[in-house]
Design a protein around this ligand. Sequence first.
Ligand SMILES: Nc1ncnc2c1ncn2[C@@H]1O[C@H](COP(=O)(O)OP(=O)(O)O)[C@@H](O)[C@H]1O
Ligand SMILES: [Mg+2]
Length: 147
Amino acid sequence: MIVECPDLDAMDALGQRIAAQLEAGDVVALSGDLGAGKSTLARSILQALGYRSEVPSPTFTILEVYDSAEMRLPCVHADFYRLNDPAEVRELGLEDYRDGAALIAEWPEKAGGFAHLPECLRISLEIVGQGRRAIVEQGSDWLGRAL
Ligand SMILES: Nc1ncnc2c1ncn2[C@@H]1O[C@H](COP(=O)(O)OP(=O)(O)O)[C@@H](O)[C@H]1O
Ligand SMILES: [Mg+2]
């Protein structure tokens, strides 16, 4: 499915649709070049889950965990851009943080397995003029969920 997101409001709307379907254990893999809008979409999803404070890009921390009382579901936001080796994912303790949470992963290809997870929601973002285009592929966990 292709979703045109010509502005930030459209990106927010897509984030809301994803958040409404998100459950513990889900993975949302966000691909696209630097500046394509991955962190923006992650922020929209987190806010739609109820998170009310600032959402920094996890470029340097690699993992940010969101688990505040107002959220419908705990969520881990990861940016694997800085990983040199997919094996580092284990050292980060990602599996512990993911327990009972959803995972939103930027640069999943840098984390090995996440790039090709057959069950995840894969979103590839492209810059189109001033806006963005989202190419959405629903893996096996997402089949039958209306986005
Ligand atoms: N749908 C959109 N329309 C217009 N600008 C957007 C859209 N999505 C993101 N942006 C802008 O693109 C810039 C880079 O976004 P960001 O989410 O940081 O990219 P990435 O995480 O992929 O590197 C930000 O200034 C953001 O406001
Ligand atoms: Mg980013």
